[in-house]
Design a protein around this ligand. Structure first.
Ligand code: FAD
Length: 494
């Protein structure tokens, strides 16, 4: 008997960076009918990708290798290629291993890093334009621009641009996109191959059959009940930095078929954001609520005490854990305090907030809703402990405090130059680290450690890469690598 004719060659669940990379890749590899399901309405489409900074962490051997990605770079940043340090495979791997305490899945990490450059070039060929990530990654001192290692390129116009470019590319490639349509359940044929998706749209439920299904519908960051279940207190009350639609649906659907969970289910990416940020990502503010210049200041909690080594490392190696650390402080609040010496170094994003300001440190503390007596003692002790040396934000300058139980390891300068400012921050959740286990073909593995035929996953849904922390710009790169791979493999499977 002939197999029944499928409605679609490939159904991709989701419409963020990973899912649309998968859809475009499937079309490129010869899939004729490709459908992307987007749970959100058109006005809220694009998942976390829309809210992102568009930063892409890429391994490259020579600065010149970036030219195909950012051919116009020297127009925006004179001397760009001369100023960028190479970021070879082994450095990317060392960073990923260091920030995850060696817990990244070695095979997935190898895939991600080994294909990062090639996949970025592929994105560029598909029509994803890129630019130097000046406002995110560059520190300017005099005439010198220093880039954070490996995090040099971003999508043009950040996440908003990236998402818009992916939709344009997908439409141009003939991918059909159905908005307001949530995947609810996967179904399998008699041979246990995934044969389609039950969806819920404006007209109710509908079964859509396909030769292969790719899940690219994010983690469970926007689901307070799952956050409570897996991340525990106080994550159920965390602000969500991005989309409200990533509620773990894809993970649930895959695990209902017996998919193997993988990675750190108790972990997530979360960053220090404006304490007054809205409860979910704002389409216009996007990632501008981030507050990542803390290495240049002092961070205190509502008890007036320091709780984090602000200068442990460059921001891109600590920001993704500081959100959670802040959220776990009393009231979930951290005050970032700076003096006039470093105000020019604060990221432009600080302009979206309203700091407390005063001409003396004492007067500033008087304005803050925290334990003022303790805070004064904390700041005094900090100022007293600052060592001698030259402050240099372009390197780990070793300008550390001495004698504090909790040191500040780099960029420690006295708070002594008015005006003094303080920004209130909290921890906002970005995405969750727990996912499903995929193999080197992006196939989802079942509980017997063999692929579930016809089922692929990409993006945030891939578990195992991140643990406790994350190097900035890796989420989008992972989505592109595994999305492209899933699209090609799914198409090659029929
Ligand atoms: C504020 C912010 C800034 C960030 N900045 C960066 C950065 O600069 N660089 C970087 O690498 N990463 C960044 N990230 C992380 C990055 O955005 C994510 O890692 C990446 O976008 C994940 O891509 P994805 O395609 O897996 O998921 P998403 O882009 O979130 O897409 C998921 C899609 O699935 C849809 N969906 C969910 N459930 C269903 C369902 N049941 N049926 C149908 N569709 C469904 C959603 O609506 C959405 O379209 C940032 C994230 C945020 C929130």
């Amino acid at each position: 008997m002939l197999p029944p004719v499928s409605d679609w060659d490939v159904i991709v669940v989701g419409a963020g960076n990973a899912a649309l990379a998968a859809a475009v890749s499937a079309r490129e590899q010869g899939a004729r009918r490709v459908l992307a399901l987007e749970k959100a309405p058109r006005t809220l489409r694009g998942g976390n990708t829309h809210y992102s900074g568009g930063l892409l962490r890429i391994a490259f051997d020579r600065a010149e290798d970036l030219r195909p990605l950012v051919p116009q770079a020297e127009k925006d940043v004179p001397g760009f290629f001369a100023g960028v340090e190479p970021y070879p495979h082994k450095l990317f791997m060392a960073d990923l291993l260091r920030v995850t305490d060696g817990r990244t899945d070695p095979e997935l990490a190898e895939l991600l890093i080994g294909r990062s450059y090639d996949s970025a070039c592929w994105m560029a060929k598909q029509g994803i334009e890129m630019e130097p990530a000046v406002s995110l990654s560059a520190v300017k001192v005099g005439d010198t621009i220093k880039w954070s290692p490996g995090a040099v390129v971003r999508a043009r116009h950040e996440g908003v641009g990236l998402s818009a470019m992916w939709f344009k590319t997908a439409e141009r490639r003939g991918v059909e996109i159905r908005y307001d349509t949530a995947a609810v359940r996967l179904f399998q044929d008699k041979r246990a191959r995934v044969a389609g998706v039950l969806v819920r749209g404006a007209e109710g439920f509908q079964e859509l059959s396909a030769k292969a299904v790719i899940l690219g519908c994010g983690g469970f960051e926007a689901n307070p009940e799952w956050r409570a279940r897996y991340l525990g207190r106080p994550w159920d009350s965390a602000k969500v930095r991005g989309t409200r639609y990533n509620t773990g649906d894809g993970l649930r659907m895959a695990m209902e078929l017996g998919a193997l969970p993988h990675g750190q289910w108790t972990g997530c990416h979360s960053t220090p954001i404006d304490a007054n940020a809205p409860p979910h990502g704002d389409r216009k503010l996007t990632d501008k609520t981030n507050r990542l210049s803390y290495p240049y200041g002092v961070l205190v909690n509502a008890r007036g005490a320091r709780f984090f080594d602000e200068g442990e490392d460059f921001q891109f190696y600590t920001y993704a854990k500081l959100g959670g650390i802040t959220l776990n402080e009393p009231g979930g609040i951290g005050w970032q305090i700076f003096d006039a010496k470093v105000l020019h170094l604060l990221e432009g994003r600080y302009k979206t907030g309203t700091p407390e300001t005063a001409d003396t440190l004492d007067a500033l503390v008087d304005k803050l809703p925290l334990d003022r007596a303790v805070c004064r003692r904390t700041l005094e002790a900090y100022n007293h402990a600052v060592g001698e040396g030259r402050f240099d934000p372009t390197i780990r300058d070793g300008l550390a405090t001495h004698g504090l139980a909790l040191p500040k390891s780099n960029w420690a300068q006295r708070l002594d130059t008015p005006p003094f400012v303080a920004y209130p921050t909290t921890g906002g959740i970005t995405f969750t680290f727990g996912g499903v286990r995929v193999n080197e073909r992006a196939q989802v593995l079942g509980a017997s450690w063999t692929p579930i035929p016809g089922l692929y996953a990409c993006g945030e849904m891939v578990g195992g890469l991140f643990h406790g922390n994350y190097p900035g710009g890796t989420g989008l790169m992972s989505g592109a690598v595994f999305g492209r791979l899933a699209g090609a493999q799914a198409t090659g499977s029929f």
